[in-house]
Design a protein around this ligand. Structure first.
Ligand SMILES: [Fe+2]
Ligand SMILES: [Fe+2]
Length: 294
């Protein structure tokens, strides 16, 4: 197994999330926010059932995503001096990410973005919300710069404080050097109560990166969706609330509103990128300058 790429493709991680958080049977997916308290009879041992590739992916993620690692990656990437490109161009660039997907059944990266955005659009949501859907995974371009999968995707979690046992495969944190650092292992760790998530350094990945690329151009609600869409321990499990402030708690509903569009749209029909392009080019131009720093 390749250490940098234990997953055959990034979708394996997302398919696992769907196993863990199955689509609610009742009501429309979009209006259904979250139900952290799953009834007992629905409980499945998703960890035992996880593919070996997914398990290995989480093992590496939990072992290597230290506070220091997350800090170093922020320094490395958030100067945004790698490329200059427009948003549609970035989506096409991301679309070059070819992993071991099945072209007949799996969606390309661009198709996933369009499908998420189109589902949001068909529910009559505001234009900025549709645009958030379109850009939310552009941070996965980190994979094209040879970043290992576990440093691009995966459920994110705060570094520098105790790990919640609601994080998937919590036992793998035993191999993380931070688990030996007593300063990092109190409930608040290096943070102050109610400091706000903006002060908290989450494990590094595509969410934090796209947030920084887009932060001057989108409404706050959209930015929360981008920055925290993989922070399942918070938005699905209700953990880490002592670190959040009133503003985070108000914005949480938007992150939760976004999540079903990301997770449960994959069964829908494949979008026609060529036909949709003019609509998205207009929408992008409404919010973004022609070129952004990446
Ligand atoms: Fe994502
Ligand atoms: Fe996504």
């Amino acid at each position: 197994m390749n250490d940098a790429k234990p997953l055959a493709n990034l979708e394996e991680w997302e398919d696992f999330l769907k196993e863990r958080y199955p689509e609610p049977a009742t009501a429309s997916t979009a209006s259904h926010a979250t139900n952290p308290g799953k009834p007992k009879e629905q409980f499945r041992n998703y960890e035992a059932d996880a593919r070996p590739t997914v398990r290995e992916f989480y093992r590496l993620n939990h072992r290597h995503q230290t506070h220091e690692f997350a800090s170093a990656k922020r320094k490395e990437f958030l100067s945004l001096n790698r490329r200059k490109m427009g948003v549609w161009e970035a989506a096409e660039y991301l679309n070059q990410l070819v992993d071991d997907s099945d072209p007949d059944t799996d969606l390309s990266q661009l198709e996933h973005l369009l499908q998420t955005a189109e589902h949001i659009r068909s529910d009559g949501q505001p234009r900025w919300f549709i645009l958030a859907g379109f850009v939310h995974d552009l941070g996965k371009i980190l994979c094209l710069w040879d970043e290992p999968q576990w440093a691009v995707v995966g459920d994110t979690f705060p570094t520098g404080c105790r790990y919640s046992n609601k994080i998937v495969f919590p036992q793998f944190f035993a191999d993380n050097p931070d688990s030996q650092n007593p300063r990092y292992q109190t409930p608040l760790g290096i943070y102050e109560e109610v400091c706000g998530l903006d002060q908290v350094q989450l494990s590094w990945g595509h969410d934090e990166y796209i947030y920084h690329v887009t932060k001057d151009h989108l409404p706050e609600e959209a930015l929360y969706m981008l920055r925290y869409h993989s922070f399942y321990p918070w938005h699905r499990e209700g953990e880490y609330s002592p670190l959040t402030n009133a503003h985070d708690r108000e914005m949480l509903q938007w992150v939760q509103k976004f999540n079903p569009y990301d997770l449960y749209t994959k069964s829908h029909a494949k979008p026609d990128a060529k036909a949709l392009r003019p609509f998205y080019e207009d929408l992008i131009a409404e919010y973004f300058p022609p070129v952004l720093k990446w």
